[in-house]
Write a protein that binds this ligand. Structure first.
Ligand code: UDP
Ligand code: MG
Length: 314
């Protein structure tokens, strides 16, 4: 059975549309499935719609989180609830075409791959600036972590083995896209064209995306910390040169000059120290968040998912 995980945050119109589009497609290809919607603290009628859907079709299951925990947490809530031997993560706004899901399922079925990843062939109707920042972000991730994630999306199909590996990772701050590459396993790619959003607008505003990018990078690599070391090394070299110069002037020349040098050095070093402290502080904050060992999400309600699901898993 294929379990489709669909995080939904304020998607009252998209949720029923996604449910019918995905189930229609999977039905027509004779694929056994369950749809697991995760209501990520929506403030509109999403949960009401999901309750109606779940009541009319027992293949549609729903989890209600107690507040908005973010897409990452919602995905993990879904992963922990799957019953099928293979599962897929999809957006609720039909930007990920159900046809591609079938293609991914067939690849999994007919070969021994564990993960099928859908990459964006074209980025659809998004702003130029967004595409620019997205590429910059992935370049950065690639440089620091060695994982090539350009054009990747959260649209992925993984079998039980890969999901179990993913769920064994204990961190609280998750980054699904990177973690699912990190676990390794045989991976195959398919390409899809990002469709237009069915209705409503994107939940990620510019500020949110910057925050998401910073959290993702820092939760996945400590490379920014090495910037601190590098900055320290550069300042040290400058300091050595300045020392030699100062000594030379003191012994063999006039030494009263050099006020600008002092000011510049002062500004330069204090800027680097501030920056470094900022980066270190950021990591300490993340460590603090991890060490509190809070749950990634809190479930307030489950529909069509039996209670002993949880006992079976633990
Ligand atoms: N989403 C979520 N929680 C959030 C933000 C988004 O579950 O806090 C879901 C949203 O409902 C959608 C998916 O994540 O199913 C992708 O969101 P969106 O379409 O807004 O992002 P974009 O396609 O613009 O990257
Ligand atoms: Mg979208």
């Amino acid at each position: 059975m294929l379990s489709v995980i669909i995080p939904a945050f304020n998607e009252q119109d998209n949720a029923p549309a996604a449910a019918s589009a995905i189930s229609r497609t999977l039905d027509s290809y004779n694929i056994d499935y369950e749809l697991i919607f995760i209501n990520d603290g929506s403030t509109d009628r999403t949960w009401l719609r999901l309750t109606q859907l779940a009541a009319s079709d027992e293949k549609i299951k729903a989890i209600c989180l107690s507040r908005n925990f973010g897409k990452e947490a919602a995905i993990f809530a879904g992963l922990e609830a799957v019953n099928g031997e293979v599962c897929a993560v999809m957006d609720c706004d039909l930007q990920h075409p159900p046809k591609t899901l079938v293609e991914m399922y067939r690849i999994w079925e007919n070969s021994d791959v564990d993960i099928v990843e859908a990459k964006k062939r074209s980025r659809g109707e998004e702003k130029k600036s967004y595409g620019f920042f997205a590429r910059l972000f992935y370049k950065l991730i690639n440089k620091v972590s060695g994982l090539d994630m350009s054009d990747s999306s959260d649209f992925k199909l993984m079998d039980k083995r890969a999901v179990d590996a993913l769920l064994r990772m204990p961190e609280r701050l998750t980054f699904f896209r990177a973690m699912s590459s990190w676990v390794g396993f045989k991976t195959e790619c398919v390409y899809f064209d990002v469709e237009q959003r069915n209705s409503g607008e994107s939940k990620f505003k510019f500020k949110g995306l910057v925050k998401y990018a910073v959290t993702s990078i820092t939760s996945f690599t400590s490379a920014p910390m090495q910037i601190v070391t590098a900055a320290g090394a550069v300042t040290f070299i400058i300091a050595v040169i300045m020392t030699l110069d100062t000594l030379y002037n003191k012994l063999w020349g006039g030494s009263a000059e050099g006020f600008p040098t002092v000011i510049l050095l002062q500004l330069f070093t204090s800027a680097i120290i501030m920056l470094s402290l900022g980066i270190i502080g950021y990591y300490i904050a993340k460590i603090y968040e991890e060490i509190k060992q809070r749950p990634r999400y809190i479930v307030s309600e489950r529909l069509n998912l039996d209670k002993n699901d949880k006992d079976r898993r633990k």
